[in-house]
Ligand binder design. Structure first.
Ligand SMILES: [Fe+2]
Length: 220
């Protein structure tokens, strides 16, 4: 009989998972709306439970699997930086122009959840299955942006947040993106590009380095 693959939790989510998430990712508290904050925590805990990773600091510190790898720090440092950078970009424009409309809670929930599909795309078991015969499974079956959209919808986050997850990466070039999605895209891409230019990324993993970037060495 043909065997199909399903995405299911590999373990139950407990309070310890939620506590560890907030320790690793305190910027979740920047989501003002309590329901959005709670659902964003559930999204990360659900995504992690469908993988072999227990915490976000266990996910390899890479933009995509095997690419743009931080030589210092963790995946949590990237996520935290993108949330803070998104908030800073939004603050700059809304302070300079009071007429500008930005939904802060959607922006923060979207920034928190933009990479929520990474536990799935980076999971070693999934990667081994895709490597074994990508012609059957796809390789990957879903990129983290697409799986992240699924996670957001699954836990009941609004479509505006799911849209940011799917639109923050390459997929966002194939659709019109919301203003909040564009801010997270900019923050995410700028974060990796600047991390690369400032010497935080392992040089040989910088696959999408712009031709004009010259990576600086870190202080000893
Ligand atoms: Fe990211």
């Amino acid at each position: 009989m043909k065997k199909y693959t399903y995405v299911e939790p590999r373990r139950a989510v407990g309070d310890e998972d939620r506590e560890n998430l907030l320790i690793d990712f305190p910027e979740i508290d920047l989501i003002g709306d309590p329901e959005l904050r709670k659902l964003s925590i559930e999204a990360w805990c659900f995504a992690l439970s469908c993988s072999d990773f227990r915490r976000i600091i266990d996910i390899p510190p890479e933009g995509n699997p095997g690419q743009t790898r931080l030589q210092v720090g963790t995946q949590a440092d990237h996520l935290r930086g993108v949330v803070r950078l998104s908030a800073a970009l939004a603050k700059e424009f809304s302070t300079a122009w009071p007429q500008v409309v930005i939904d802060h809670d959607i922006l923060m929930a979207g920034a928190v959840c933009h990479d929520v599909g990474k536990p799935y795309e980076f999971d070693p078991e999934n990667r081994a299955r895709w490597k074994a015969d990508g012609s059957r499974t796809g390789d990957p079956t879903f990129r983290h942006s697409v799986f992240g959209m699924h996670v957001c919808l699954k836990v009941g986050l609004p479509v505006e947040v799911a849209h940011i997850a799917v639109g923050h990466s390459f997929e966002g070039l194939q659709m019109g993106v919301s203003s909040e999605c564009l801010i997270v895209r900019q923050a995410d891409h700028d974060w990796w590009q600047l991390a690369g230019a400032l010497g935080l990324v392992t040089p040989e993993t910088m696959s999408t380095r712009p031709a004009n970037v010259r990576a600086r060495l870190l202080k000893k």
